[in-house]
Write a protein of this length. Structure first.
Ligand code: NAP
Length: 260
């Protein structure tokens, strides 16, 4: 497994990120979800992504209860926009994740520059800032769901957004508001500014024939400007395949860097 620093955040993450978005589909109990997370950790996956909206924070919490907190980096999100509800989301995340701090807290699914600039979102931002000052949140960021174009300009230019979780895959599938080529330029700009970059929808939320999935995942690992490749693993076979591809990519990158 390759470990690297998440942009300028100072957080050390595994390049393969466990996306827990659909973990609850296959793991009906918190215990079974925790078992899958711990299996991934055994394989070196130390970066875990969840959200209030996925309902999987408790699954992660059950796993976190069984390990040392500093073994992993947790990224979670809230779609709540006003100060009160976003503050409540942070407290809920701390409770459900059974932790005293969240490494990365994201504003969930920014859909436009206006969305980022609303007074409401500013309320959520204030809740995040307050939690950061209190040591409950380390890093603030956002996800851009499937959107590109103006929304990328807005989040990249925002001085307090240190992490961006965005859509990227081999053919630019699901991207709304611009081409893949242009989107990769946005990602490059954000990377150059030191933002932590995670990519999702790498296998188009599963909408790729099974035989083609390794090639799409490899594309993700080949994207030098992505610190983390967020894959929505829901079963042991996903972990085996994704960890194998992450390790192969790490070996390739090591050989290339030695040759350079
Ligand atoms: N707006 C946001 O912030 C946002 C939105 C969506 C997701 N996310 C995050 O990103 C993560 C990834 O979600 P995504 O929508 O981008 O999904 P994805 O990783 O593109 O696809 C995940 C789905 O692909 C299928 N799959 C097949 N082979 C796989 C393999 N080897 N590894 C992983 N999945 C495989 C699985 O579905 P089948 O079992 O049906 O084949 C799995 O549920 C989520 O878990 C979540 O943490 C964030």
């Amino acid at each position: 497994m390759e470990y690297l620093t998440y942009g300028k955040t100072g957080l050390e993450i595994s390049r393969l990120c466990f996306g827990a978005g659909r973990l609850g589909d296959t793991c009906k109990t918190h215990e079974s979800g925790a078992k899958l997370m711990l299996k991934a950790l055994d394989e070196g996956v130390t970066f875990w992504d969840t959200a209030e909206g996925y309902g999987t924070q408790p699954h992660l919490g059950e796993a976190i209860r069984q390990i040392n907190r500093d073994e992993i980096v947790i990224q979670t999100k809230t779609a709540n926009k006003d100060y009160e509800s976003a503050s409540a989301s942070i407290e809920k995340a701390l409770r459900e994740l059974k932790t005293e701090y969240i490494d990365v807290m994201l504003l969930h699914a920014i859909s436009s520059p206006d969305d980022l600039a609303t007074r409401e979102r500013e309320g959520a931002f204030n809740a995040f800032r307050e939690a950061k000052a209190a040591g409950k949140v380390r890093i603030i960021g956002c996800s851009t769901h499937t959107y590109t174009g103006a929304v990328m300009d807005a989040v990249i230019d925002h001085p307090e957004i240190d992490v961006i979780l965005t859509t990227a895959n081999k053919e630019g599938r699901m991207l709304e508001g611009g081409t893949l080529e242009k989107h990769l330029e946005y990602i490059q700009r954000a990377y150059d500014l030191g933002k932590g970059i995670s990519i999702m929808k790498v296998v188009v939320a599963g909408d790729i024939p099974e035989a083609d999935r390794p090639e799409w995942i490899e594309w993700g690992f080949n994207l030098e400007t992505a610190h983390a490749i967020n894959l929505g693993m829901t079963e042991n076979q996903h972990i085996t395949l994704d960890v194998g591809l992450a390790r192969a990519s790490a070996r390739r990158r090591l050989v290339q860097s030695k040759a350079a």
